[in-house]
Ligand binder design. Structure first.
Ligand code: FEO
Length: 404
């Protein structure tokens, strides 16, 4: 069951959070057994209230229930749309119908998408980068933070309270880790869920993480509380999530971590991968292995989570219909799209009638800034078609390539 919470998290500043236990594939793509939250926030002022963002459309009715606990249609003066993606804006029309006098604020580019919400569009007022809203003793500065996650995305800096409402940025997946950073008892899981969120949602634009953090620093934004639209609210140590995001934006590698992704239809490639991972471990590497086989199918979101901080990637696939085995091709393309950052790649491929998969995989990986340091092809069908001595040589060749 999806549940919601309404809590005062600062003086007159409330979180309205729904735990979405319904969505299994975020953006219809990313596997999220850990769930996801949508966090809206409400600021009370001496002259009425301001709502920041909202919830995905299926939860619009619940959002109105939550709003009624902390404000009223007459008191709600503004809805700030920091980001137009429907996981936050999906309930906007219902909120405007509930509070018809409300004004809707967002970056000028958000206006282009407001046609999805006709009543909200009528109430829309664009706010420029750096513009300040003064209301009832509070000052809210709107800071354009493009590509975190869309080009229109902005943050709301409540200067009078040192609270930064950040929408997607500094967020993470997961409904199980508590409301605040200081309540979290499952740090390892929470941080992995955050890393997974960053790479799947923002990974393609990750160079904008550092640029936007630098912009905030230049503006002198030093939040005491970071209030993202997904996951934990950071009040004990807001700088921690800023540093974590910086590291992920730079795709910083963990020493020795090697991501191995393979596909194996009849065991030929899998047998080779066992030998390669054995050799990697013997040499002190820490391989993280995902295999597509007739009994296993890894989550692409988990592969990407391990791709972003791996030192190197090994991709191994059979040839299939004169091309790369299709699921491995998809994995390679997504790694390129979301996690690439000039790291090493090794390609291993088996073939029966003609070698071609390795060439195609190499083209994919070189097209996205990976440095392909070795490509190995071997002719074999079935795990016994290659001798132990041949397997040993290939495994040593792979490891030697990583150490070049
Ligand atoms: Fe959480 Fe880009 O929306």
């Amino acid at each position: 069951m999806s549940t919601y919470r309404v809590e005062e998290v600062g003086d007159g500043f409330y979180v309205l959070r729904v735990n979405d236990r319904y969505t299994r594939f975020f953006e219809a793509l990313w596997e999220i057994p850990e769930g996801i939250t949508y966090n809206a926030y409400l600021l009370k002022t001496g002259e009425g209230d301001v709502l920041f963002d909202g919830w995905k459309k299926p939860f619009a009715g619940m959002l109105l229930d939550a709003l009624e606990q902390v404000t009223s249609p007459d008191r709600l003066r503004y809805v700030v749309v920091n980001h137009m993606e429907p996981d936050h804006s999906g309930s906007l029309e219902e909120v405007v119908m509930w509070a018809p006098g409300v004004k809707v604020l967002g970056h000028p580019m958000a206006g282009r998408m407001m046609k999805a919400y006709p009543r909200a569009k009528e109430r829309f007022k664009p706010v420029r980068d750096g513009e300040v809203l003064e209301l009832g003793g509070e000052r809210i500065r709107f800071i354009h933070t493009p590509w975190l996650h869309w080009p229109e995305t902005m943050m709301s800096w409540i200067e009078t309270k040192d609270i930064l409402v950040t929408c997607d940025a500094f967020g993470g997946y997961g409904v199980f880790y508590g409301l605040f950073d200081d309540e979290c008892t499952r740090w390892e899981d929470a941080l992995r869920a955050m890393q997974k969120y960053v790479v799947t949602v923002i990974g393609h634009y990750k160079q904008w993480i550092g640029k936007n953090i630098a912009k905030l620093e230049k503006l002198g934004v030093k939040p005491k509380l970071i209030a993202p639209a997904h996951g934990l609210i950071w009040r004990r140590d807001p700088q921690r999530v800023i540093e974590l995001y910086k590291e992920l934006g730079e795709a910083q590698a963990k020493k020795g971590k090697v991501l191995v992704v393979y596909a194996s239809m009849y065991g030929t490639v899998e047998t080779m991968i066992r030998r390669i991972t054995c050799e990697l471990s013997r040499k002190g590497y820490k391989p993280v292995v995902y295999g597509y086989t007739d009994s296993t199918r890894p989550y692409i979101a988990e592969i990407l989570t391990d791709a972003i901080d791996a030192e190197a990637v090994i991709l191994a696939a059979p040839t299939y219909e004169a091309d790369v085995f299709p699921l491995l091709r998809l994995a390679a393309e997504e790694i390129c799209w979301k996690a690439s950052d000039g790291k090493k790649a090794v390609i291993v491929s088996s073939y029966g009638w003609g070698s071609i998969a390795a060439k195609h995989l190499r083209k994919i990986m070189e097209g996205c800034n990976y440095s392909v340091v070795e490509t190995i092809e071997y002719n074999a069908i079935g795990p016994l078609a290659i001798t132990s001595e041949e397997a040993r040589k290939i495994a040593e060749q792979v490891v030697a390539a990583l150490e070049k």
